[in-house]
Ligand binder design. Structure first.
Ligand code: ADP
Ligand code: MG
Length: 700
């Protein structure tokens, strides 16, 4: 069957072997399909002219019609250039050419009517154009001539420009392609969907995205292509989820003695409505006979640990083992300590396994585990090692999922013949539409309620000159019996420098808070695990009042009596991290404070981050600001998800289209799970192609 998309680009008019090679090397364009998907990043409406006095900035290229007022050759030798005064009645600018003078000089005569097109630059407070594109206008009717229509702008590399593939040349080539495309690009969407969303057909969309009749046509075409791309992505994600939901899983049929005993005797507070709802959702999942893959998303401090623990008790009640994996040793130890406390007077057996467990302990523990004498194993990545063998792992919980890769999640999956139920927890709020894609293959439960009596954390922004004030405030809070974190950034590349920052900070705090009146703890990544643990414990027990630390305390750490967190050099942290850090306080009943220290001079982005933190505690708002500032590329999880491989849609900007695509994909799969109907054949074929391209297929 003739497939327009797979035709070799070399034989397209205007290409040839040399350019074909450059296109492939520089832009990965080998086929007609590749070129059709090489979308313009912008359009210039050259039918739309501005007046010189309307040009406000030097960011965007503009088209202007006017007249040459004066021509001069300036400089000599290599500095030789052609300079022309150009005016349109509202103002004048200088046009300059540094090369190609022989070609340009005969065209530029005083009194010639021109349309120019280019990006203005500012020189000596004066706008000027260097090497603008020009078109000679009809002197009798300059206003009526020269309307060049809409021109697509393509990304090009230097090498492409040198080999005759300037943006303009590319536009010529895509124009040839579009002429050939007519009658060659079949529709792949069911007509009901095309009609419902009033989409242009596929062929028109590809033609109009490259050479639109108007800006509105371009917009429409882009919309259609984004929708198609996102629909295919969602179909792939949902198909996978559907396949997986057929994976047989353990049945947790009873809620038994342990769960009930715990609920009645050891639970010291009333669960929030949201916590109860999520536990119910998980219970329902684990009774279906199919494997559960569920994400629990809840802001910092929303109480995810207890939810996990209660579900783990259900697993134990049904005769299964369970594990809880945390991203840092500190957090794993903390979970072990608090869970051991929760389980006091119960027969459930829990153990801790981390990278620093001794060989002897490890051997004993692994034996007990494989014999089925341990119920709950808590630990770090160490749990993933092949030597860790369970007798019957029924439920695996991953805390702070965003710190782990998808591959690690998959590894836990395979710890059993029948895969265990998998519960992943994250405090990183992600905007809903992004979640549909990043975690689109998981079921999602949201804990959208904080435990009662939490006072909002007050967030302040201070700079170095406020330091004495800060110390006074810390003294005051410590005087009331509270504790304080002081956090320093630790960023891998400059680890030594950071450690010095931390040590200098520690010293100056020691001077301001002398012993014996004050006791300080210090924790950083270079310390031995047991030393870290010792310091954490001293702080937790209230023996020290100030904890000076790097971001090792970022996730999960829970010391309710700590009511102040001072974040040094906070301009160096990302928003998600600042939000996590702030989550370390506000866990008790006291008024808590987060103090963001920065230098006086801040970049625009850093200022926006700090202002966002001061303005809101809402994790979703913070996540949205974060995404806006950084783009999705930096979000954990995006690497594997395929969203970065999207060619035209933007997972952040196109939230509405994501939503429509997701809903449409669900409707299609519900009506026709195997995509067997005639109207879905083309989609199914296309899905296979696109599924291969992005990484979804590899993720389990
Ligand atoms: P996160 O969701 O950030 O992991 P944690 O599970 O660490 O939160 O819980 C934060 C704190 O709130 C802990 O001290 C925990 O004991 C407490 N907590 C959890 N649920 C409740 C509740 N329903 N009522 C009161 N306190 C709660
Ligand atoms: Mg937690």
């Amino acid at each position: 069957m003739f497939d327009f998309f797979s035709q070799n680009i070399e034989y397209l008019k205007g290409v040839g072997p040399a350019k074909a090679r450059t296109l492939e090397q520089e832009a990965g364009i080998r086929t007609y399909g590749d070129l059709l998907s090489y979308f313009p990043f912008r359009y210039i409406d050259r039918g739309c002219f501005v007046r010189l006095n309307q040009i406000r900035d030097d960011r965007n290229p503009v088209a202007v019609k006017g007249k040459i007022l004066k021509v001069e050759i300036k400089g000599a030798g290599r500095g030789k250039r052609l300079s022309a005064q150009f005016g349109d009645g509202t103002g004048t600018v200088e046009l300059t050419w540094f090369s190609g003078l022989k070609w340009i000089e005969p065209k530029i005569k005083v009194g010639t009517y021109l349309s120019i097109f280019g990006k203005p630059s500012v020189f000596n407070h004066q706008l000027q154009f260097n090497h603008p594109e020009i078109e000679i206008l009809d002197p009798k009717a300059p206003e009526q001539s020269g309307n060049a229509g809409i021109q697509p702008l393509y990304p090009t590399t230097e090498a492409m420009k040198h080999k005759g593939l300037s943006p303009k040349a590319l536009a010529g080539i895509t124009l040839n392609l579009c002429k050939q495309a007519e009658g060659s690009i079949p529709e792949i969407l069911p007509s009901a969907i095309v009609d419902r969303f009033r989409l242009p057909n596929r062929e028109q969309a590809y033609i109009q995205v490259h050479h639109p009749a108007s800006m509105a046509h371009a917009e429409c075409a882009r919309m259609r292509l984004k929708f198609e791309e996102l629909l295919l992505l969602q179909l792939n994600i949902l198909r996978q989820k559907l396949d997986r939901s057929k994976t047989p899983g353990f049945v947790f049929s009873t809620v038994g003695g342990n769960f009930n005993y715990f609920y009645q005797n050891n639970l010291t507070f009333e669960l929030t409505g949201a916590q109860k709802r999520v536990i119910k959702e998980i219970r329902a999942d684990t009774r279906t006979g199919f494997q559960m893959n569920r994400l629990v998303q809840g802001d910092v401090g929303s109480g995810k640990t207890i939810v996990a623990l209660m579900c783990m008790l259900i697993a134990v009640d049904n005769g299964f083992q369970t594990c809880l994996m945390a991203p840092t040793e500190i957090l794993a130890r903390q979970h072990f300590a608090s869970i051991s406390k929760y389980l006091a007077s119960m027969k459930v057996k829990a153990a801790l396994l981390t990278g620093s467990s001794s060989k002897k302990d490890r051997t004993i523990l692994l034996n007990l585990l494989s014999e089925g004498q341990l119920d709950i194993l808590i630990g770090t990545h160490a749990l993933l090692e092949d030597t860790v063998v369970f007798k019957n792992l029924g439920l695996a919980v991953i805390d702070e999922q965003h710190r782990f890769g998808v591959a690690q999640r998959a590894k836990l999956w395979h710890k059993n013949h029948t895969p265990p139920h998998v519960l992943v927890m994250t405090a990183t709020p992600i905007p809903r539409t992004l979640g549909m894609t990043l975690y689109g293959d998981l079921d999602i439960s949201i804990i959208d309620e904080l435990p009662p009596n939490r006072k909002p954390v007050k967030t302040l922004h201070l700079t170095d000159k406020n330091r004495l004030q800060l110390f006074a405030f810390m003294r005051e809070e410590i005087g009331k019996g509270r504790q304080v974190y002081v956090v320093y950034p630790l960023i891998q590349e400059s680890e030594n420098l950071d450690l010095k920052d931390l040590m200098d900070g520690y010293e100056s705090i020691s001077r301001a808070f002398p012993m014996p009146q004050y006791q300080l703890s210090i924790v950083h990544g270079k310390m031995k695990a047991e030393d870290k643990e010792y310091e954490m414990q001293r702080f937790k027990k209230g023996e020290t009042q100030i904890m000076v630390a790097t971001t090792v305390i970022e996730v999960g750490v829970d010391v309710p009596n700590a009511s102040v967190i001072v974040i040094e050099n906070s301009e160096r942290f990302g928003l998600a991290q600042l939000h996590q850090l702030r989550g370390r306080v506000g866990r008790g009943a006291e008024q808590s404070y987060c103090i963001l220290m920065t230098s006086d001079k801040l970049s625009k982005d850093a200022r926006e981050r700090v202002e966002t933190m001061v303005a809101t505690e809402d994790g979703f708002k913070i996540a949205e600001a974060d995404l806006r500032l950084r783009g999705p590329g930096d979000l954990q999880g995006t690497q594997q998800s395929g969203v970065l491989a999207l060619k035209i849609a933007d997972i952040v900007e196109d939230g509405n289209i994501v939503q429509a695509a997701r809903q449409t994909a669900m409707d299609i799969l519900q009506a026709d799970p195997g995509l067997a109907r005639p109207e879905h054949q083309a989609l199914a074929r296309e899905m296979q192609k696109s599924g291969k391209e992005n990484l979804w297929a590899k993720i389990s």
